[in-house]
Design a protein around this ligand. Structure first.
Ligand code: RP5
Length: 179
């Protein structure tokens, strides 16, 4: 079974939610990396302010539906990740989105990262949806050896890319370390 088949035939492990459809451009990076890593996932809009009942229902039902982790992205007064974390014991990864109503991403970041004691949200960088996807895959990988193996391959590719850069740079800028 390839990665795509695996995702289609399996219960979603990761729920990706966002406060608005306008967040999708940023949040699609989480979708893309989870596809690449072969982690079954679902994607939808859940707004803390505009659809509060939907938010509560989604968060309360997530574990029962088989999700292992939730990625929540929002911008501005970004209450979605924290409020979802209030309703579930699943790990919640927050993505601060630099949205059109945001003060350069700072309000999004601080709204998500400054959670009160007892209700953590694992917050990634502003617009850091790719890292949110990788972190979610790493959580799933703690109990799924196939996902863990694909993460190892992914990290090896990262290292190889850097090493290619080192070799290319060496041609022009020899140094005493890379002999
Ligand atoms: C937040 O407000 C959303 O997460 C989005 O980042 C921002 C703007 O939403 P729209 O006005 O584009 O729907 O709740």
């Amino acid at each position: 079974m390839n990665a795509a088949d695996h995702q289609q035939n399996t219960t979603s492990m990761v729920g990706i939610i966002m406060g608005s459809r306008s967040d999708l451009e940023v949040m699609s990076e989480a979708v893309d990396i989870l596809k690449e890593l072969g982690v079954a996932h679902e994607v939808t809009v859940v707004s803390a302010h505009r659809t509060p009942d939907r938010m509560a229902d989604y968060a309360k039902g997530a574990q029962g539906r088989g999700l292992k982790v939730i990625i929540a992205g929002a911008g501005g007064a970004a209450h979605l990740p924290g409020m979802v974390a209030a309703y579930t014991t699943l790990p919640v990864i927050g993505v601060p989105v630099k949205s059109r109503n945001s003060i350069d991403g700072w309000d999004s970041l601080l709204s998500i990262v400054q959670m009160p004691a007892g209700v953590p949200v694992a917050t990634v960088a502003v617009n850091g949806a790719q890292n949110a996807g990788i972190l979610a895959a790493q959580i799933v990988g703690t109990s799924d050896p196939a996902v863990s193996a694909r993460l190892t391959t992914y990290k090896t590719a990262l290292r190889n890319k850097v090493e290619e850069g080192i070799q290319a740079m060496r041609q022009h800028y020899p140094n005493g370390f890379d002999r």
